[in-house]
Design a protein around this ligand. Sequence first.
Ligand SMILES: [Zn+2]
Length: 248
Amino acid sequence: MPPTPATICKGCWQQMHVPVPIRGLLSLPFRLAGIRISRMNPNLCNICETMFTRVKRRSQIQIEATVLFADVRGYTSTAASADPAAVAKMLDRFYDICADAVWERDGIINKFIGDAVLAIFNFPLERPDHVEQAVGAGLAILDRTSAADALLHRGATTARMGIGVGIHTGTASIGEFGTAYKDFTIIGPVVNLASRVQGIARAGELLVTSDVYRHVADAFPEVPARQVPLKGIDRATAVFPIRAAPAA
Ligand SMILES: [Zn+2]
C-alpha cells in the first residue's frame, strides 16, 4: 500500500527548510507560479529536480548516487507473439510497481526506456542509506511483479513479466544534458556499469556490484560472488546475486 503523499515538497524542505505546498488548497498559488508535483517522484516538486542549476549556477553536478535498472526479460519475444493489449497492460503494471517501490524509498524514476526503468537514489532527496534503499526497492520490484504475474495470468504462458534488476553505486554526473533538447538525466561509469549488470541478470534476479554488496552484506550474508565478463571491461567483474533466479 503506497504511503500517504506528502503535502509539502520533501526536497525543498530538506534542502532549504522552505515549506512548498504541492497538494491541497495552499498549493494553488504555487501551481499558478509553475511549481507542480514532480513526475519523477510525487513527494517532490518540479523545481527540486534542477534546483542546483540555480544555486550552483551550473547545469550539471557530481553526486553520490545509487542507480537501479530494471527491465522485462524476454519482453521482445513476448511482444511479438502476445496480444498487444495484454503486453501494454503488463508494461503499465510493471511501471506502476517500479514507481511505487522507488518512491516509497525516496528515489526518483528518471526514465522509462521502452521495457526498462532507470531509478536514482540519493537525489534530490538525500539519504545516508540510499544503497540499502535501492536494494530494498529492487527486491520489492521482484516480489510484486511475480505476485502480479501470478494474479494476472493464472496458468497462461504469454505476456509474463520476468524482471531482471541491476544496481551499482558511486559518483555520477546529474543534470541537464544537450542544448536544443534538454534532457535531465544521470551519466557516467556508474550508470554504465549498473546497466551492464542489469543486462546479465536473469528473470527474477537482482544482481549488485561489490560496491553495493559492501553496504548490505550484514543483511544478506554469504552471497557468493559471480565473476562475469562485461562488455567494455577487460577483467572479470564480481557481481552478487542478492536474489538469484528461481530454478526453471
Ligand atoms: Zn521542491
